[in-house]
Design a protein around this ligand. Structure first.
Ligand code: M6R
Length: 606
């Protein structure tokens, strides 16, 4: 996730406006920043690695001339954070500048084609191909708009793009696919931005662009067109009654809630794996003699779920292990045949890095999955995959958990194909269900929001909660427990349901709320037995199960119904009510869900 902003006026210099707006978008990424303006037929570009203020101190954005400009704050996806990879990117002739949020999936083939045509690339980014594609189209005598449309038609992937060109210095051209983009309609200037916080103190009139649309923005007008057929779209601005703070959170009261509701989008991004690296990871995992899935906290819970996926789909045994225990537990058996897949949102968790260093010195192969390009994990891994979830501001991991699961599910599918241990139709079924997930997630979030709010009101004074699941739902139980403990501070116990009779059942007495995670899978029958055991001792059974599971509904005290889903994908859907419950319990209890006490987003101590 990056932040983009553009501004065009009739006669005012825009650099200071852009700078102020850029600062507002800093939460979307902050590894580098840049700005481009046009004045007297010359394109001015300043950019560098670092936070916006640091870069400004070195380069002074505010003195850039021109009444049109674009700017960018970066969260690296392709190419490490550096000056050359910072946006804006330009063409060979330095006539146009591009800022981009998203991932251009077919950039490797497009780059090859452009290199063959003689274009010179300076960065490692996917974005730079857009500048050169446009330049190529100009060579064919096209004007800015037609060159732009023909460029956009060649892109696959996700993008919010904004471009300025010295040949037509009165307009910003923008395009949107799967990344947010809004036009801000002011009296004296027009804006385009990733979100309304960038311009809300200048204007509260916004036009929300839709997927597959481009727009031409001048100081006094905006025109929207559909890419596929060139049809003009009429759309009036809406009025945003948002404060600046609300705009930064896109109208949500907290980042955590915003991030929970962002999941349909972040899951879509996570579905876009980089093939070459995914193949590499698959190859290493398949060849490994001992395989460990290593992580901490939420990332560990994703690893636990993955061990079920790898086993069931690919017949591959992979041991999920809590990073801080790895050296003591398995350190002495590491050798050259060991493959460790480390999962870490931040890529900086000290327990993870410490275990990896130990393993690396003993010749193990290190692989990574992380949300942060340029993190230590990306530097020490033989190969790594990115979650592409964008920065997560809320301390509790929500969107990054589901994006990890989506990346790992795709790896499981690749391993299944490579190892050929299950039937083709089973793989096809899994893949089809996986690609439906973003829609299922949006539907579930809307449907369960209200009932979960009610649950939070009902159980806000509970002394503790119990979480039970079987099979892969054990991972959901563990993650549900973690979310609720982190945000509500209510103590929680989570167990594989089959293990509950070996001890945890002794804590159950009249009125104890026990959550049961019961998707329609092979474990359903067995967990009904566990529910009855708990109810017989007075527990209140709060069941999360299939929408049409009458039997479960009847034995429950409270029931949250969810759509049917492939059993191995169920944690992605079944965790949603718990994320929301954790959030609403925090609100009901007067706590700050974004900054729970005693916790840090990235734990860099052992
Ligand atoms: O950045 P990482 O994924 O390595 O972080 C691991 C844990 O510190 C993290 O998941 C932590 O448990 C979160 N607070 C969970 O919400």
């Amino acid at each position: 996730m990056c932040g983009i902003i553009g501004c065009v006026t009739e006669d005012k210099f825009v650099a200071s406006i852009l700078y102020k707006s850029l600062k507002r978008l800093e939460y979307r990424g902050y590894d580098s920043a840049g700005m481009a303006t046009i004045f007297n037929g010359i394109l001015y570009v300043k950019k560098d690695q670092g936070k916006i203020d640091e870069v400004n101190e070195r380069l002074n954005f505010n003195n850039m001339p021109g009444n049109i400009g674009i700017a960018h704050t970066r969260w690296a996806t392709h190419g490490a954070p550096s000056k050359i990879n910072a946006h804006p990117h330009t063409d060979c002739g330095n006539k146009l500048a591009v800022v981009h949020n998203g991932v251009i999936e077919n950039f490797i083939e497009l780059k090859k084609e452009l290199l063959d045509l003689g274009h010179k690339f300076v960065s490692k980014t996917d974005t730079e191909i857009v500048a050169h594609l446009l330049e190529e189209n100009f060579k064919n005598g096209e004007n800015f708009f037609s060159a732009f449309i023909n460029t956009v038609k060649r892109l696959s992937g996700s993008y919010a793009l904004a471009i300025i060109y010295v040949g037509e210095p009165d307009k910003i051209l923008v395009a949107k696919q799967d990344m947010p983009l809004l036009i801000g309609v002011g009296d004296e200037c027009m804006f385009v931005a990733s979100d309304a916080s960038a311009f809300i103190d200048e204007t509260n009139k916004a036009v929300i662009l839709q997927n597959g649309e481009v727009a031409v923005i001048t100081a006094k007008s905006y025109e929207i067109y559909r890419v596929k057929d060139g049809a003009k779209v009429t759309r009036n601005p809406i009025l945003l009654n948002w404060t600046l703070e609300m705009a930064e959170k896109q109208g949500f009261p907290h980042y955590t809630l915003k991030e929970i509701f962002e999941q349909p989008l972040t899951i879509k991004s996570a579905l876009r794996l980089q093939d070459t690296y995914a193949d590499l990871l698959t190859e290493f995992l398949d060849r490994g003699e001992k395989i460990f899935l290593l992580a901490a906290g939420t990332s560990y819970n994703a690893c636990l779920a993955t061990s079920y996926m790898f086993s069931k789909l690919a017949r591959l045994t992979a041991y999920p292990v809590i990073a801080s225990e790895f050296i003591e537990n398995y350190g002495h058996s590491i050798d050259i045949g060991t493959v460790i897949l480390a999962v870490s949102q931040s890529g900086e968790t000290a327990d993870v890095l410490n275990a990896l260093e130990f393993a690396r010195l003993r010749a193990a192969t290190i692989l990574g999955i992380t949300n942060v390009v340029g993190s230590t994990l990306t530097r020490i891994s033989r190969a790594y995959l990115l979650q592409n979830a964008g920065p997560e501001i809320g301390v509790a991991a929500t969107k990054t958990f589901t994006s990890q699961l989506v990346v790992l599910a795709q790896l499981a599918l690749r391993l299944a194909k490579k190892r050929g241990k299950i039937a083709q139709y089973e793989m096809d079924e899994f893949r089809d269900r996986l690609y439906e997930i973003p829609d299922v997630v949006s539907q579930v979030l809307e449907e369960v929001k209200k009932p979960v709010q009610e649950l939070a009101k009902k159980y806000l004074n509970s002394k503790f909660f119990l979480f039970l699941g079987r099979g892969i739902s054990t991972a959901t139980a563990f993650e549900g427990r973690l979310k609720i403990m982190e945000l509500s501070y209510i103590p929680c116990i989570a167990y594989p349901a089959g293990e509950s009779k070996h001890g945890p059942i002794s804590v159950v007495e009249s009125g104890v709320p026990a959550f049961f995670i019961c998707p329609k899978d092979e474990t359903r029958k067995a967990i009904i037995g566990n529910i009855e055991e708990m109810k017989a001792r007075g527990a209140k059974a709060i069941i999360i199960g299939s929408k049409d599971d009458k039997e479960l509904m009847e034995i429950s005290d409270d029931y949250i119904g969810l759509p049917d889903i492939h059993e191995l994908l169920s944690p992605i859907i079944y965790i949603l009510p718990f994320q929301l419950l954790a959030y609403y319990l925090a609100i009901e209890r007067g706590l700050d869900p974004d900054k729970p006490r005693n916790l840090a987003k990235s734990v860099t101590v052992l």
